[in-house]
Design a protein around this ligand. Structure first.
Ligand SMILES: *[C@@H]1O[C@H](CO)[C@@H](O)[C@H](O)[C@H]1NC(C)=O
Ligand SMILES: *[C@@H]1O[C@H](CO)[C@@H](O)[C@H](O)[C@H]1NC(C)=O
Length: 486
């Protein structure tokens, strides 16, 4: 273009004018074409988000019927669906503030990091249960999503927290020898009113396997006792037992190993216990592997007023992008994944793959906010802030240091954030997974840095929202499909 104009100028002035005009109009039309492409590119790399969509409604929006699909509905622990279904007793407890939720989340992360650090020497035995403090339970963020399963004969319905980061399934039990919490199902599971309950003997091989799954075990008379420590004084302990587990009408398992809790020094916000979906031999996934081949998937809803699902066996979505399950030193019970890069607004962050590989990564349903190696987080934050520079910053929120005051915007535009995984899978986080909205004046980038470059990175539940996440243990892979639920 420049050449044409220069040549034109050097000949006659009228021709120069004509040529310049031509060049200009060419430039104009080119510009328009470019503008279109640019706009398209922008749409490809940005989300336009309605501010109100980030906040839950007061009423539950139930999922399309899951009857006959072997899907268990998944609800947010503190949302209107759980309350409408009376899954948790949070109705009579004040809802935790964002600060409290994030503090609980941080204590879970600390626990994961320390479990990793002490793995191999995790022989912290709790032999004298009378030394366990009986009041003031620590609150441990252990996942915000609950599902309902049936336990015993006849089956008693229990709302349990969905947890890929732990193995042993447990619930609060009668007579609750030491201490239990208020829960939605006001009466705890009662072994004496079930025909199929059996204590596990201390001599049984499976009682030794407990130590491997939880780092602890104990005996009371000749009964095997499970002990799960969550860091600090937070602990749950009780009898290790077998029971009939009913997932759906057709999917019933006899002699399912679980913990019958008698001393629960952890507050689970009104849920009846935990559904352990980890990789250890005592997890629900391993115990049902004959039928489901270690395959399950879930979708976490976008707001606390939505409904997701948990499904076992081969009902996975079609366009799933898989990455191999990676081994994480000291974290064998977790689902390890390999993160290789992160993009913001279509551009990869200038972070070398070794930053990710030095730390390793896991995916966890019980951690809310994704934790990244410090160098990766700081690159993410700076790229995100650059792309969000037209919005005023707001006050930080606990561990979240990049928040915006969006109260003056009905709609706003955020750059997409993409994760690149080992094997080449590239997964865009949905818009609801980029932001943690406390209130319109405080909408935060929903990522945080680990304290140490060697701490394991954690892909948390906020980022997993609305994706169908497929755990294929037998295939040795974890996968993601968009649009799993709303
Ligand atoms: C299970 O073991 C505990 C502790 O030994 C005992 O108190 C309880 O009665 C046993 N329950 C059943 C159903 O055997
Ligand atoms: C980070 O972790 C490594 C290995 O666990 C440790 O040696 C180092 O002191 C830690 N650094 C900080 C700043 O805590």
């Amino acid at each position: 273009m420049a050449t044409t104009t220069t040549t034109a100028f050097s000949s006659s002035s009228s021709f120069a004018f004509f040529a310049t005009a031509l060049a200009f109009s060419l430039l104009l039309s080119l510009n328009t074409a470019n503008g279109g492409a640019l706009q398209q590119q922008q749409q490809q790399h940005f989300y336009t988000v309605q501010l109100s969509s980030l906040f839950p409604s007061d009423s539950c929006s139930p999922a399309p019927s899951t009857k006959g699909l072997n899907k268990l509905p998944v609800f947010h622990k503190h949302g209107p669906c759980a309350q409408a279904q009376q899954l948790t007793s949070t109705a009579n407890q004040p809802k935790p503030t964002a600060d409290e939720i994030l503090r609980q989340d941080e204590s879970r992360v600390q626990n994961i990091q320390s479990r990793k650090a002490t793995a191999g020497s995790a022989d912290v035995r709790v032999t004298d249960s009378t030394t366990i403090p009986a009041k003031d339970s620590s609150t441990v963020g252990s996942g915000n999503y609950v599902v309902t399963v049936g336990l015993g004969t006849p089956a008693k319905k229990l709302s349990l927290i969905l947890d890929t980061g732990s193995d042993v399934t447990w619930t609060q039990c009668q007579p609750c020898v030491k201490f239990c919490h208020q829960q939605k199902e006001k009466i705890f599971f009662d072994p004496s009113s079930s025909k199929t309950y059996r204590n596990v003997s201390c001599e049984a091989a499976v009682c030794s396997a407990l130590a491997e799954a939880t780092g602890n075990r104990d005996c009371s008379s000749s009964t095997c006792v499970y002990v799960i420590k969550y860091g600090g004084a937070a602990i749950t302990t009780g009898f290790f037992a077998t029971e009939k587990l009913t997932l759906t009408k057709t999917d019933v398992f006899d002699e399912f190993y679980f913990g019958c809790g008698q001393n629960i020094q952890v507050n689970f916000g009104g849920a009846a216990g935990v559904l352990g979906l980890g990789r250890n031999s005592l997890s629900l996934v391993s115990q049902t592997s004959d039928k489901y081949k270690n395959l399950f998937s879930y979708c976490l809803p976008s707001t606390p007023s939505g409904t997701g699902f948990l499904t076992f066996g081969g009902a996975g979505a079609k366009s799933v992008k898989y990455t191999p399950i990676a081994s994480v030193a000291g974290g064998e019970n977790f689902y390890g994944i390999g993160i290789t890069a992160i993009s913001v607004g279509g551009k990869k962050l200038p972070v070398s793959a070794s930053v990710f590989s030095a730390a390793g990564a896991i995916i966890d349903s019980g951690t809310a906010i994704t934790r990244l190696p410090p160098a990766a987080y700081s690159a993410l934050r700076s790229a995100f802030r650059k792309k969000m520079s037209k919005y005023p910053l707001g006050p930080a929120l606990s561990i979240l240091d990049t928040c915006y005051d969006l109260s003056k915007f009905k709609n706003f535009v955020v750059p997409k954030i993409g994760f690149f995984f080992a094997g080449g899978a590239e997964v865009d986080i949905e818009a609801v997974g980029i932001l943690y909205a406390n209130k319109p004046t405080q909408v935060c980038l929903a990522f945080a840095a680990n304290g140490n470059a060697t701490d394991v990175a954690i892909l948390g539940s906020v980022q997993q929202q609305t994706l169908e996440v497929v755990y294929d243990g037998a295939g040795g892979r974890v996968g993601f499909a968009s649009g799993g639920c709303k």
